[in-house]
Ligand binder design. Structure first.
Ligand code: SF4
Length: 318
């Protein structure tokens, strides 16, 4: 029996949009085109890719905020539409990118953290107050911070408050959507370490979404690399970093600075812009930027192949 907490299978999500002068033309944004992923209990899956590749759309489908056009999302073995909405909102929580806009500035920290507990009637007023104080201590803040407002905190402290809010309902899965990209580099490591500590303490699974492979490598057990709404490669973190197979993964890895003059880079830097998801290239969507592109690459999307146990790639080179 597998121990998958989250299973995403062949997920498609396209959006109609208006384009052109006076928005008179109609087009389709292909945000997700056949994404398959899984997250096991207690592990972190890092989902990495450039801005606009479909990562945040995937998060909305997993939380049930939107429905897919095709494909399924199963959580704890049950498809998302079959879940009671209220129950699902306890089991899956999110930490967002921007701690400056994700916390209500007019609410005291106590109310920010306790909102979900009050909605779900998880104890008396005094029990909830005590729980908020415990949560604040668990994320490295002090009980008296409950009476302050979000603007009285630094960005890193606000993200700690967001983490406390996320774990208040004892979720099984936390989706971290670029949780440190709005923070100073000096603060990022502290928040990442907090997420790791909290994960061990609460036996959480994370879907950790980021454009930054260096950050993803710091926190993930496995990594999936996404490009224009498709997964290009996925494997255990160690295997991905020691043996990257997909040309796109190699360019992402080579963008991470290595303080070693002897280090041999895998590929040349990525050139050109990411094509628009309104009209993604036929075949392999990476072919206009790929140094290894062949004729077949512009004609046929490559199959998903398992090259070694749990190391999958979608590329005609294999
Ligand atoms: Fe490059 Fe072709 Fe592989 Fe796509 S399928 S990454 S274009 S070699």
């Amino acid at each position: 029996m597998n121990n998958f907490l989250l299973e995403i299978s062949d997920l498609h999500r396209h959006y109609p949009v208006s384009t052109g002068p006076f928005s008179l033309s109609k087009a389709t944004v292909k945000a997700l085109s056949g994404v398959t992923l899984y997250v096991r209990k207690g592990e972190t899956l890092g989902l990495v890719g450039e801005s606009g590749c479909g990562k945040s759309t995937l998060a909305r489908l997993v939380t049930g905020l939107e429905s897919p056009d095709r494909g399924t999302v199963r959580f704890s073995g049950k498809e998302i539409p079959l879940w009671d909405r209220s129950e699902l909102s306890k089991k899956i929580q999110m930490v967002f990118q921007d701690p400056y806009s994700s916390l209500n500035p007019r609410q005291k920290v106590h109310n920010v953290i306790s909102e979900g507990m009050r909605i779900h009637k998880m104890g008396s007023t005094s029990e909830i107050r005590k729980r908020v104080e415990e949560l604040l201590e668990q994320v490295g803040l002090r009980p008296e911070h409950a009476e302050r407002y979000p603007h009285e905190f630094s960005g890193g402290q606000r993200q700690r408050i967001a983490v406390a809010r996320a774990i208040a309902l004892n979720p099984d899965l936390v989706i971290c959507d670029e949780p440190v990209s709005a923070l100073d580099v000096s603060v990022q490591a502290q928040v990442l370490n907090l997420l790791k500590t909290i994960q061990a303490e609460f036996e959480l699974s994370y879907l950790f979404i980021s454009h930054d492979l260096a950050i993803v490598s710091h926190v993930s057990d496995r990594v999936a690399v996404m490009y224009l709404g498709r997964i290009m490669e996925s494997s255990a973190s160690q295997s991905l970093y020691s043996n990257p197979l997909h040309p796109y993964t190699r360019t992402l890895l080579d963008a991470i600075p290595v303080p070693d003059p002897e280090y041999e880079y895998h590929s040349s830097p990525l050139t050109g812009d990411t094509p628009s998801p309104i009209s993604p290239p036929e075949g392999c969507p990476f072919h206009p930027r790929c140094p290894h592109a062949m004729k077949i690459c512009s004609e046929t999307f490559p199959h998903w192949k398992e090259m070694e146990p749990e190391h999958f790639v979608s590329c005609h080179l294999y």
